[in-house]
Design a protein around this ligand. Structure first.
Ligand SMILES: Cc1cc2nc3c(=O)[nH]c(=O)nc-3n(C[C@H](O)[C@H](O)[C@H](O)COP(=O)(O)OP(=O)(O)OC[C@H]3O[C@@H](n4cnc5c(N)ncnc54)[C@H](O)[C@@H]3O)c2cc1C
Length: 408
């Protein structure tokens, strides 16, 4: 029987979508649709590369979270949004009519059409990507010959991946690692001092940096750079480039096909009043960094605004609060970046872990974060053993505190 409650469809149930769902009351018939079964905590997937976390350590069962919020979950991929007829269609042929819709489908990787990249480079965006890379690294570590790993992209995720591969040196694995970056320095969107500090941190290890370098070709054994230089690549990790998900291209919700979906400062689509957009796929009037914490803040405002719009009430404005960033570099250090200020300290890893645990508990059960805590306890125990205890030995703690530095 059709529901008499207003229908809300949320496309994508990760950071923005799940937070929005948690804000919507059960007066609405809310359906969250996601192509993947689990919520994925992307900011920590690099830790799978060294084994300090495993798959279960960074996921939550989405269906359980959504049902705890009192809503329905559909595990399916959306293929079409028909905003003239207010309906969403999925890959399995399901039609989901809506009164209001939230698009929170994030982004997808792009290899910019570089020959061989899709076939031979392993993407680094999803939990399964990280599991696949970790398994390849395990195999390479077992070889007699020292293997060569090429990381394409010297942004935050590329640097965090490098840190985790270096963390493995404790297991006796050493690789030749190349980092290829198109810009003139790594971490180019962040303060110069951070990039200089990172360079000093990886100077003792077999890491070669190629800045101002584009990749022109990838094959099963090598990566070719502009200018013709070939790097041996037993493994190529692609940590560069993101774009609008394919299914959002022909929706008529943007001016040009590949543009992020424009919204006003209430996160309402510029092209349809009953469609809101939150997270990475939104183009805000004042752009923000595509980060999980902004996605969650947008999810909160979008959830509230859908409720308000359905009740004909005034909409809230989204204002991005400045947020510090925590960037980890294996067991070598963690950087805290706030505006132009950077602090480096190995003990900041504990702060990053704390943010993660608290947010996972909140997402699991926003109203009673401790009630459904079996997973949280399991994850916290693993993280404490693998991440915190090694930092809390008297000598490491001393070095960590002494080694805490403000970077000019
Ligand atoms: C390796 C890596 C490291 C990162 N580190 C950090 C960090 O340290 N700190 C930080 O703040 N941010 C970090 N980010 C960025 C952060 O992960 C994103 O900003 C955040 O995930 C955006 O949230 P979102 O909800 O908009 O999209 P996503 O988290 O990407 O979620 C989109 C959801 O939509 C679903 N979806 C997509 N297409 C469809 C479809 N057709 N049908 C149904 N469902 C669909 C997906 O399955 C997914 O669940 C990192 C990202 C990566 C890749």
């Amino acid at each position: 029987m059709p529901s008499s409650r207003p229908r809300v469809v949320i496309i994508g149930g990760n950071f923005a979508g799940l937070v929005a769902a948690s804000r919507l009351p059960c007066d609405y018939d809310v359906t969250v649709v996601d192509a993947r079964a689990d919520f994925e905590w992307t900011p920590n997937i690099h830790e799978i590369l060294s084994g300090v976390k495993d798959r279960d350590g960074v996921v939550l069962p989405r269906a359980e979270c959504v049902s705890r919020y009192g809503h329905s979950f559909v595990h399916d991929a959306v293929t079409e949004i028909d905003h003239d007829n207010n309906s969403v269609t999925t890959e399995s042929g399901l039609a989901l009519p809506y009164d209001a819709c939230l698009i929170a489908a994030g982004s997808q990787r792009t290899t910019f059409g570089i020959e061989g990249a899709d076939e031979h480079a392993l993407g680094f965006r999803l939990v399964d990507d990280a599991v696949r890379i970790a398994s390849r690294i395990d195999k390479l570590a077992a070889r007699k010959r020292r293997a060569s790993i090429v990381i394409v992209g010297g942004g935050v995720s590329g640097v965090e991946a490098l840190g985790e591969i270096l963390r493995r040196r404790a297991q006796g694995d050493e690789f030749n690692i190349h980092v290829v970056e198109l810009e003139s320095r790594i971490l180019d969107q962040l303060p110069q001092g951070l990039a200089s500090d990172a360079l000093q941190r990886f100077a003792p290890y077999p890491v070669t940096l190629h800045t101002d370098s584009s990749v022109t070709h990838v094959d099963a054994r090598s990566v070719t750079l502009g200018g013709g230089r070939k790097l041996t690549a037993d493994l190529c990790i692609w940590s560069a480039g993101m774009t609008l998900p394919d299914f959002l291209r022909d929706t008529g919700l943007n001016e040009t096909d590949d543009e992020w979906l424009p919204v006003d400062d209430t996160l309402q689509s510029r092209y349809a009043d009953n469609i809101f957009v939150a997270g990475d796929c939104a183009a805000l009037p004042v752009p923000v960094r595509k980060q999980a914490y902004y996605a969650m803040d947008m999810g909160e405002v979008a959830g509230d605004n859908i409720s308000r719009w359905l009740r004909d009430r005034r909409l809230r404005r989204f204002r991005a609060a400045p947020m510090p960033m925590l960037i980890s570099f294996g067991d070598i250090t963690t950087w805290l970046v706030a505006g132009e200020s950077v602090v480096a300290s190995p003990v900041l890893a504990a702060a990053k872990e704390g943010v993660y645990e608290v947010t996972m508990a909140r997402l699991e059960s926003p109203k009673e974060p401790l009630r459904y805590s079996a997973d949280v306890v399991g994850r916290a125990a693993m993280a404490t053993r693998q991440l915190l205890l090694p930092q809390l030995t008297p000598s490491k703690l001393f070095l960590g505190l002494v080694g805490s530095r403000i970077i000019p």
